[in-house]
Design a protein around this ligand. Structure first.
Ligand code: IPM
Ligand code: MN
Length: 355
């Protein structure tokens, strides 16, 4: 037996538990085939826990999560919990507390998946969005005064720090260097002149130091380009809110949320804490189809492939990604579990599991 990993699993709400179960099967099959060990630590967090105890993320759970090698999360949120409670109290809190300052979201059109964009095939759509994940309007700075009166005021302040922007840019430039050597900053420097100026200056410095070409697009124009000319992007780096919006559009042009995976990373070289990284599909909890067996587990499986990649299990990651991609053309024909079994079977490669 080679390396061994402790992996936390937060199945969460709605279809989260269903898709995560299939992602785990793929990871277990990869562990058996490639000779590493996996011990899962299950954490019961999400809507049920909150409704039962009022806790979104108890300190003990946070401590436990801080000690594992990586975290796999399904989805959080349910209509019977007020909006924001689990999003802020669990998911965003994990991103902040574990200092997961990069949200890496590949936008990739896989063979056998149709893009809604006419004439666009897998060769035309393969980019990485690096979304800053701990600052911007997500930081939670703001407040309300005179609530419910005609004088009420609400502020939501966007926080950008030099160190926070720079560490995200450094990661993005590193990824650009491994790929085509070009990086596109997406912001709104024509209106957000303060934050835009900080991002712009930092991006120029970081790109020059890394030896990558820097391009720039305003966030609105980037949406247009992503639809009309997606090939112009390779690695995109952007702030938290622009990244949130742009990656939903990215998922749509790449054929929908069924294949959109993400990694919340705390890469070396940052200035903050280094928590274990967290991997999750971009899709939400989809309560409308929970329990029907119709959820596509591929985005969760691809997120697990990103997890394996992050652990340095490259062969295992490639096998899991390839198996998920091979299953895509038939995704609509099988239930969540049946598709997950086919993927895990493919990862295992038909060889008997190692004992
Ligand atoms: C995402 C989601 C989250 C976000 C929500 C659920 C808080 O939309 O991961 O993109 O806004 O970051
Ligand atoms: Mn989002």
């Amino acid at each position: 037996m080679g390396d061994s990993y402790e992996l936390a699993c937060i199945p969460g709400d709605g279809i989260g538990p269903e898709v995560v179960a299939e992602a785990r099967k793929a990871v277990d099959a990869a562990a058996a085939r490639f000779g590493f060990g996996v011990a899962w630590v299950d954490l019961d967090l999400g809507a049920d826990r909150w409704l039962r105890t009022g806790e979104a993320l108890p300190d003990a759970a946070l401590k436990e999560l801080g000690e594992v090698d990586a975290i796999l999360l399904g989805a959080v949120g349910r209509p019977d919990v007020p909006p924001g409670v689990l999003e802020r109290g669990l998911l965003l809190r994990l991103r902040f507390e574990l200092d997961l300052y990069v949200n890496l979201r590949p936008v990739k059109l896989y063979p056998g998946v149709a893009s809604p964009l006419a004439g666009v095939g897998p060769d035309d759509l393969d980019l990485l969005v690096v979304r800053e994940n701990t600052e911007g309007v997500y930081a939670g700075a703001g407040g309300t005064v005179h609530r419910g009166t005609p004088m009420e005021v609400a502020t939501e302040t966007s926080i950008e720090t030099r160190a926070g922007v720079e560490r995200c840019l450094r990661y993005a430039a590193g990824r650009a260097r491994e790929r085509e050597g070009r990086l596109t900053l997406v912001h709104k420097t024509n209106v957000l002149t303060h934050a835009g100026d900080l991002w712009q200056r930092a991006a120029r410095e970081v790109a020059a130091a890394a030896g990558v070409a820097l391009d720039y697009a305003h966030a609105d124009a980037a949406c247009l380009h992503l639809v009309s000319d997606p090939g112009r992007f390779d690695v995109v780096v952007t702030d938290n809110l622009f990244g949130d919006i742009l990656t939903d559009l990215g998922a749509a042009v790449a054929g929908g949320l069924g294949t959109a995976a993400s990694a919340n990373l705390s890469p070396a070289g940052g200035v903050g804490r280094r928590g274990p990284s967290l991997f999750e599909p971009v899709h939400g909890s989809a309560p409308d189809i929970a329990g029907t067996g119709r959820a596509n587990p591929v985005a969760a499986v691809l997120s697990a492939a990103l997890l394996l990649q992050h652990l340095g299990q490259r062969e295992a990651a490639a096998a899991v990604e390839a198996a998920a991609v091979a299953a895509l053309p038939e995704a609509g024909q099988y239930s969540t579990r049946a598709l997950g079994d086919r993927i895990a079977g493919n990862v295992a490669g038909g060889e008997p599991p190692a004992t």
